[in-house]
Write a protein that binds this ligand. Structure first.
Ligand code: SF4
Length: 267
């Protein structure tokens, strides 16, 4: 048995509220899959890091992309072939106007793509971090300002976007836009058709990713993506300190964004 097996996702203080109250079977499935992912990734990471300690960051990011993001993408592809297809697609941006909660390696992966000092997205990230600082998810959404990584109505880091963005899978794009407009008009979110079981599975994998970091002795909490990116732009040395086991971000995680409600809950 791998050393990390037996850690539950709640044991590290991470709760993934199920979309269906009392759906024990779904909860157990999410936990089982997340724990298996955590064990497999930690075993692989330890082996690779022992072999090439200087490539620790590359190993972690590659495992995250292949094992964790790969599984979310496979799930989205499966849904796309289902009876109710996924409506999300290029140019559909209504979900890019809210707080994105991400793990530290997810933020580092994106920060590395913003490494060119001439990249205009750096300034946009810094401005957004200042504008959204201290806001609740509800206040941030009401600003009507998009994620600073949204460029020409496209996610400019689409292949490397965080799990939180991959998890918002909608069956009704028009419903997403109507809900955003309702919020911008000062009203509540509108119920819409989201694939909540898929969202739950992907959030479980996000918890597994936190568990992987913790098992490797790295700060593991999730934080507001924009605030982390701004910190990484201001001080790229954060990456080395995180890899050395330092707690590099504030200890109080940002509030969790609300879970989407809908009627496409599975299974
Ligand atoms: S990272 Fe990409 S998908 Fe996520 S909110 Fe920003 S622009 Fe949208």
């Amino acid at each position: 048995m791998q050393e990390s097996q037996g850690h539950s996702i709640e044991e590290i203080g991470i709760r993934v509220p199920p979309p269906l109250a009392g759906n024990r079977a779904l909860r157990d499935l999410v936990h089982r899959l997340a724990e298996g992912l955590r064990a497999e990734a930690v075993a692989l990471a330890r082996r690779e890091i022992a072999r090439a300690p200087e490539a620790k960051l590359e190993t972690l990011l590659a495992l995250m992309k292949v094992l964790v993001f790969g599984r979310a993408d496979a799930l989205a592809e499966e849904l796309a072939d289902g009876d109710t297809p996924v409506a999300c697609g290029p140019g559909c941006t209504a979900c890019c106007y809210q707080t994105v909660q991400a793990t530290i390696p997810e933020a580092i992966l994106i920060a590395l793509r913003l490494g060119d000092p001439a990249d205009p997205r750096r300034e946009r990230v810094l401005d957004a971090a200042e504008a959204f600082q201290g806001m609740s998810p509800r206040e941030r959404r009401r600003t009507g300002k998009p994620c600073p990584l949204l460029v020409d109505q496209r996610c400019s880091v689409h292949d490397d976007r965080p799990l939180a963005c991959r998890a918002v899978l909608s069956a009704n794009a028009e419903g997403c836009r109507a809900s955003l407009l309702s919020v911008l008009a000062g009203r509540d979110e509108l119920p819409n058709d989201y694939f909540l079981a898929a969202q739950y599975l992907i959030r479980g994998d996000g918890a597994a990713l936190q568990g992987i970091c913790r098992d490797l002795g790295l700060q593991h909490e999730a934080f507001d993506l924009v605030q982390m990116l701004a910190a990484l732009i201001r001080d790229p040395g954060i990456i080395e300190r995180w890899l050395a086991g330092e707690r590099v971000f504030a200890t109080v995680p940002s509030p969790k964004p609300p879970t989407k409600r809908n009627d496409h809950e599975q299974p």
